[in-house]
Design a protein around this ligand. Structure first.
Ligand code: F6P
Length: 325
């Protein structure tokens, strides 16, 4: 095994609160182990176009509390091409970079898998996505902050929904995953949560909303994940057909969910994963995502980490029904 002396870090894909804390942890752990550490701006695009710079402990001062990513991020089209991969490899050689730490989601890890295999570069991934749709970690960096953002926003919507006796359909992020919808839905006492992993049973939802078990119930909130096949607007239209007397409004929360100061949990998670990624690389690990499962650091091959399907816990989906009477 080649001795690792120089490592580089990048963020790629959608940004997530806590990515800065992860960058900080990678840089400082690298320096702690006497490595030279480079930052790559704008994800894999920066690797292709040589937007690479040396980082010191000072470079990551005062970023742990900041949302977004100081390294910036893109979803690189060029890195998907043979030519792009070749240019990226030339820059790896130019800076004599021995290993990479990449922070992102499934797209980031798919790129890492291909690049690492093709050129024999050790790469470890840190899960950074508000969607939390990766296997091999209980939580991804950014998820906790995002669900708290949704919870705080929907608490405000509940106030106005109560005042006007309205039904709100709130669409939250999650392209292929209902995990933001599910946990935030439980936290705000949603009447129903619609997620892409489970086929929507409109009859059941309509029966639930018709029940009126509590006479004084005046507001209703239905949370819809962005990846639901209908989406918030169509869901609202369908509900209006069954409940013409309901005053229905739609609220699409959008990119507010991706910003903001990372929560304490996200900062600690990102710090742990950053340390574990650098130490994993030094131990000779590669082609894996570092995660935390039941409190323990685990390494999961990229191939497996990008399949999140086992993450929906039926106990949580059942709870939505039981608790929102
Ligand atoms: O993957 C994170 C995510 O926020 C998804 O939930 C959402 O579908 C997507 O990114 C939005 O991407 P963009 O910022 O490119 O519109």
């Amino acid at each position: 095994m080649k001795k690792i002396k120089k490592i580089a870090v990048l963020t790629s894909g959608g940004d997530a609160p806590g990515m800065n804390a992860a960058i900080r942890a990678v840089v400082r752990t690298g320096i702690h182990h006497d490595l030279e550490v480079f930052g790559i701006r704008r994800g894999y695009d920066g690797l292709v176009h040589d937007d690479i710079f040396q980082m010191e402990a000072e470079s990551v001062a005062q970023i742990i509390q900041r949302g977004g990513t100081m390294l910036k991020t893109v979803r690189s089209e060029e890195f998907r091409t043979e030519k792009g991969l070749e240019k990226a490899y030339q820059n790896i050689q130019k800076y004599k970079i021995d290993a990479l730490a990449v922070i992102g989601g499934d797209g980031t890890f798919t790129g890492a898998k291909i690049f690492g295999k093709k050129y024999g570069i050790p790469i470890l991934g840190l899960p950074g996505t508000i969607d939390n749709d990766l296997a091999g970690t209980d939580y991804a960096i950014g998820y906790d902050t995002a669900i708290n953002t949704v919870m705080n926003a929907v608490d405000k919507i509940r106030d106005t929904a109560e005042s006007h006796d309205r039904l709100f359909v709130v669409e939250v992020m999650g392209r292929d995953s209902g995990l933001i919808a599910l946990r935030s839905g439980i936290s705000i006492g949603a009447e129903a949560v619609l997620i892409p992993e489970i086929e929507v049973d409109y009859d059941k939802i309509i029966e639930k909303l018709s029940k009126n078990t509590r006479k004084n119930k005046s507001s209703r909130i239905v949370i819809v994940a962005e990846g639901d096949k209908d989406g918030g607007i169509v869901v609202a239209e369908k509900l209006k057909e069954s409940f013409p007397h309901f005053d229905i409004r739609v609220s699409i929360l959008g990119h507010i969910q991706r910003g903001g100061r990372p929560s304490c949990m996200d900062r600690v998670l990102a710090s742990r994963l950053g340390v574990a990624a650098v130490e994993g690389l030094l131990q000779g690990r590669k082609g894996e995502m570092v995660g935390i499962v039941c409190g323990e650091v685990v390494y999961t091959p990229f191939d497996r980490s990008i399949k999140h399907i086992d993450k929906i816990d039926e106990n949580l989906t059942n709870m939505v029904d039981i608790l929102s009477l």
